[in-house]
Design a protein around this ligand. Sequence first.
Ligand code: PAP
Length: 354
Amino acid sequence: MAIPNFNVCHKLELLKEEGKSGDPKHQEGEGEEEEVQSYEFQEMLESLPKERGWRTRYLYLFQGFWCQSKEIQAIMSFQKHFKSLQNDVVLATIPKSGTTWLKALTFTVLNRHRFDPVFSTTDHPLLTSNPHDLVPFFEYKLYANGDVPDLSGLASPRTFATHVPFGSLKDSIEEPGVKVVYLCRNPFDTFISSWHYINNIKSEAVSPVSLEEGFDLYCRGVIGFGPFWEHMLGYWKESLRTPEKVLFLRYEDLKQDMESNLKKLASFLDVPFTEEEEQKGVVHSISDLCSFENLKKLEVNKSSKSIKNFENMHLFRKGEVSDWVNYLSPPQAERLSALVDDKLGGYGLTFRYN
Ligand code: PAP
């Protein structure tokens, strides 16, 4: 199978409307490339509540979650133009909860008859492509920069990814048979992973976010695609309401028992492992191929960029559960713990921290 290649049909008319309504304004965006925007978009942006951003000057409260202006443009384009098809698969996460891992696993499970993970020593796409190249994000790849991609040539099941909360995704995936896999990670590790990542990738023009400042923003819900509790709850509730449509997985469970979670994933996607495959070691091979240790050491994950401006190497830091204990003070841990209990405790959404 060729690695997906997405042709751009046309630019979203919302963007880059130079000449349509006078001089277009420029996006603020400390550390980001300047981009020409329409007055309509700029006006809409200015009407939104905003807070200090983590790697751009501002985060805006859009459709009830915090995100950057470029993400808003892409999400609007996605919401307007994307048409789901039966059997589409959408991988959903809040950033730093194991997106890269989930992409690797899902791609390998769905394509295992083309690319045998048991004999994958040299020719499996994961060995030469970062998982983000194999399963594209709606908002960072397909619909980024006002692009409207031609997705008609993609083989079924088409597999996509997103960070948007369920409320902003649901209208786009109404087609029967569309499946969503959500990967959730405990908020403590997700915060620490986000804090490291953002300070690694942010441009020098943006002042670093200290641990204290980042922690306070996180606890107030101000993080990309947050508040984290609303993101998690949206998918959690939907997984309880329509378990055939939304599968809710946990990072910590994958760490502890990859094989049974891989079986759960394959069954949910209607491609369960056969007994013969299990005996042949397919499940085990997928787990090995997608492991943190294996992916981290690959050249493509050490030296390339799959998403503009983001070096792949920063996607593979430690890959552990409970690294947060090395960073958060006891009062910080207490504050976050109380917040998690308060926001999620009543819904039966619990986490393991070791
Ligand atoms: P993204 O949302 O920007 O795509 P995402 O992949 O969700 O990032 O998160 C990266 C985290 O997943 C990192 O966690 P850490 O900072 O605590 O180390 C990264 O190490 C971890 N990760 C990446 N690949 C794997 C993997 N194969 N197995 C386990 N963890 C992984």
